[in-house]
Write a protein that binds this ligand. Structure first.
Ligand SMILES: C[S@@+](CC[C@H](N)C(=O)[O-])C[C@H]1O[C@@H](n2cnc3c(N)ncnc32)[C@H](O)[C@@H]1O
Length: 281
């Protein structure tokens, strides 16, 4: 735990070098999104995917998880950078525990000869079998006591039993979020970064794959979304970005929650505001 406390915080650095300075197997969960296919201008950086993948394998704890949120450039067809990266992670020793979908509820982008793309992939990569899984539940449409079909024999007759249907079930692996101001986040300053992912997406993974006190890492943290949600959920956080300007934005986003006496009030206001936004289905 001592080593972890030292690692806690936000740092301007190339994550490849930074990960080399970290102890092996110290991270419980990484939630991150890489720059892909030069779709955005991130103020100049060096993106070496293979080196980042190796670094992540080294710093991830046994049973730890990496959530890699990635899409493809679409120009005529899909680049399939996402799939190539997924296969590479598997080749170096990660287990592709799940291939989840991040669906954007409101997407303005249209293609004239294909359906509007409204999703990115969320590769859930684990080192061995995940050591923590706290499944998020959702309410079932039908619940309570019902006569339920249990056996249809050769005579074709439906036999029914009285059964209690559950009130909730584990969510599917397609998660939907509103994007933009109020959906992605209500922190205006975050949008000075060109590619913020939704706070709720980060939070849902943090709650699923870690417990309070665990270390959550984002090696390309941009505006600090993963770190903010880790902090609000009582996890240790560690964020790195190659751009000092983005780390500045991340610091601004986290500062209002960190300042002692206002912490509780700010956190309550934040949760109230968020719950009225209906960010997931
Ligand atoms: C898709 S953005 C991440 C956005 C973030 N998830 C958020 O919600 O704000 C990718 C980030 O990777 C950073 N980056 C690119 N190469 C990097 C490297 N070698 N080391 C650290 N950060 C890097 C970029 O500066 C950019 O902020």
């Amino acid at each position: 735990m001592k080593t972890r406390a030292k690692l806690n915080g936000l740092h301007t650095a190339d994550c490849i070098n930074f990960m080399q300075s970290m102890p092996a197997e110290c991270v419980d969960l990484t939630v991150t999104s890489p720059p892909y296919d030069s779709l955005r201008d991130y103020k100049g950086y060096n993106f070496n995917f293979e080196a980042i993948a190796d670094g992540l394998l080294r710093v991830t704890a046994k049973g730890g998880v990496v959530v890699w949120v990635v899409g493809d450039r679409i120009n005529g067809g899909r680049s399939l950078t996402s799939f190539r990266q997924g296969l590479h992670f598997q080749k170096i020793g990660f287990n592709m525990h799940d291939l989840m979908i991040y669906r954007k509820k409101n997407t303005p982008f249209m293609r004239s000869n294909a359906y509007t793309n409204c999703h990115e992939f969320m590769f859930v990569l684990s080192k061995g079998s995940p050591k923590t899984f706290n499944p998020i539940k959702q309410a079932t449409v039908r619940n309570g006591f019902e006569m339920v079909v249990h056996n249809k024999g050769p005579d074709g007759v439906n036999r029914k039993n009285l059964k209690e249907l559950k009130k909730e079930k584990t969510r599917t692996n397609i998660w939907s979020y509103a994007v933009g101001l109020g959906g992605t986040t209500s922190d205006r300053v975050a949008f000075q970064h060109p590619a913020v992912f939704p706070e709720k997406l980060a939070e849902d993974h943090i709650r699923s794959w870690t417990n309070p006190g665990d270390l959550v890492f984002d090696p390309m943290c941009g505006s600090g979304t993963t770190c903010k949600m880790a902090m609000l959920n009582d996890r240790e956080y560690l964020g790195v970005d190659i751009s000092g300007e983005y780390i500045d934005i991340a610091r601004q986003r986290l500062r209002k929650f960190k300042n002692g006496e206002n912490y509780l009030q700010n956190a309550i206001e934040y949760l109230r505001e968020r719950d009225t936004l209906n960010m997931t289905e």
